[in-house]
Ligand binder design. Sequence first.
Ligand code: K2U
Ligand code: ZN
Length: 169
Amino acid sequence: MAIKPIQIVPDPVLRKIAEPVEIITDETKQMLDDMAQTMYDAPGIGLAGPQIGALKRLIVMDCSRDDEADELWQMINPEITHFSEETALLEEGCLSIPGHNAEVTRPAWVELRFLDIKGEEQQIKAEGLLAACVQHEIDHLNGVLFIDHISKLKRNIIWRKVLKESRQS
Ligand code: K2U
Ligand code: ZN
């Protein structure tokens, strides 16, 4: 397993659409393990393929609390199949936009399907933090960032700071 560099905005890879995984290979499993190690090292509760420069529809998540056992999700080609009308507000951050948080409104729960590392289709209902996290990660697979869900004013404030930081780094 390896810790991979996390791509930071304005890297263009974060705005590209990831490709579905057609055949699950040992390389796919290695990538998911590297993503999990990278997520735990960050630390974070989610990570998507494009964030390590891999334009593959792969996400990992672990939304368990520090006082709970790890609950790692490794998802291949995740798709949201249903979402609630009810919404929930959560302050989000992003490992690819470090140091900038904002409140984001998203559907309170989602149903999704994905392939597990054995290639078996799974279907789950995600609520609470897991619902926000999986929507955040699937957004990454579509080149969407959490700042795309906030007001233009707030987005422009964050974006100006991000561009200034990238010039200084
Ligand atoms: O994809 C990522 O950048 C990791 C995100 C996942 C996430 C964002 C918002 C809401 C839920 C999940 C986070 O930056 S991981 C850092 C973090 C840690 C604890 C709680 C929220 C965010
Ligand atoms: Zn993110």
